[in-house]
Design a protein around this ligand. Structure first.
Ligand code: UFG
Length: 338
């Protein structure tokens, strides 16, 4: 039975497509709005696809009205920390103007609830080594984090001024693939650590570069909190269904609360693939903080949510299984992307 419809911007992408599958499973029809610049039409399987630019306010409003959606999940945006250092102009344009257009369209179509894709990058470089909670200082160190924090602030202000209700979900590192093998991670070009490490292990086509081994961490490489994409997807459905949203706007961390270093990732990928990826240590990548680990207590309590993939190796295994299931030639469409 369908329990309403939701507009999902960026629903043809990696986290977006997994969330559409989770919505459909919960009886909610996802109406995908995507320009297919990074997403793939093949990944839109649980509702209609409207092709459009997320900065196109009128097209967004039309999509919301004509499909009579009761909420919006806003994924569409640019996501690469490294690239944001070189093209800050694009990040401010897409990520900030995208939120402005979504908010304006929601007002004119009279849609009252928004779930926003935010990021751990809003915290910048944590002062200590402990896990980050939502009350920690927000001080991004790259234009990607700046643009996402600006989006959160714009949304929070709209909640106060216009009575919108919104949840900003601050993802730590999305990883893994649909356990049923329908969807996975495939950006073009790929810049994320896990898919690159898998590629290096399975094909040996391009050796991996570890971006810096002189960080103040146990093994010198960067530490991140990898969270399975299906666990992220489930959290969106739960946030959408919250009875009340405190003072109209809440931000929540989504992570496992455990740190994994780049070298740990390489080892786990080697185990899953049956041979280690070749790698070389290179210089640091601009904009990378040494450690980002979530304290997910608020999301666990408010959403009654807990990651089902608690074990990092199990996350990597799903990513490797999905990659192995794909034939790799230029004509094969990718099931999902950013
Ligand atoms: N890394 C390498 N070599 C590579 C690629 C990455 O050493 O070839 C390292 C990075 O320096 C970083 C870690 O692996 O320390 C993870 O890097 P990713 O590029 O996979 O992911 P990021 O941490 O940069 O960013 C991701 C998402 C963001 C999100 C962030 C939250 O892309 O959208 O996680 O922590 F905000």
């Amino acid at each position: 039975m369908t329990r309403g419809r939701v507009l999902v911007t960026g629903g043809a992408g990696y986290i977006g497509s997994h969330t559409c599958k989770a919505l459909a499973r919960a009886g909610i029809e996802p109406v995908v709005y995507d320009d297919l610049s990074n997403g793939h039409a093949e990944a839109v399987r649980w509702g209609p696809l409207i092709q459009g630019d997320v900065r196109d306010r009128d097209r967004l409003a039309g999509a919301m009205s004509s499909h009579a959606v009761s909420g919006v999940i806003h994924f569409a945006g640019l996501i690469e920390v490294g690239r944001s250092m070189h093209r800050p102009d694009l990040y401010w344009d897409h990520n900030v103007n995208g939120v402005a257009a979504v908010l304006s369209a929601m007002r004119s179509a009279d849609v009252g609830r928004l779930i926003f894709s935010s990021t751990a990058a809003v915290y910048g470089t944590p002062a200590g080594l402990s896990a980050l909670s939502e009350t920690d200082v927000l001080n991004p160190i790259n234009p990607y984090g700046d643009s996402k924090l600006a989006g959160e602030k714009m949304i929070a202000a709209s909640c106060v001024a216009f009575g919108l209700e919104a949840v900003a979900l601050r993802y730590f590192n999305a990883s893994g693939a649909d356990p049923e093998g329908e969807l996975g991670e495939a950006h073009d070009p790929e810049t994320h650590l896990i898919p690159l490490a898998i590629e290096a292990a399975l094909t040996g086509s391009r050796p991996l570069t570890v971006f810096g081994q002189d960080f103040p961490t146990t093994d010198g490489s960067c530490v991140r909190d990898y969270i399975h994409v299906a666990d992220l997807a489930r959290a969106h459905v739960l946030a959408l269904g919250l009875d009340t949203i405190s003072r109209g706007f809440e931000a929540m961390n989504l992570g496992r609360g455990r740190g994994t270093s780049v070298l740990d990732v390489i080892e786990a990928v080697g185990r899953a693939c049956g041979r280690p990826p070749a790698y070389a240590v290179g210089p640091r990548r601009a904009g990378d903080p040494p450690i980002l680990v979530a304290d997910p207590a608020r999301a666990m309590k408010r959403l009654n949510w807990a990651p089902e993939f608690a074990d990092f190796q199990a996350i990597v295994d799903t990513a490797v299984a999905w990659r192995r299931s794909r034939r790799f030639d230029a004509s094969t469409p990718l099931p999902a992307a950013a």
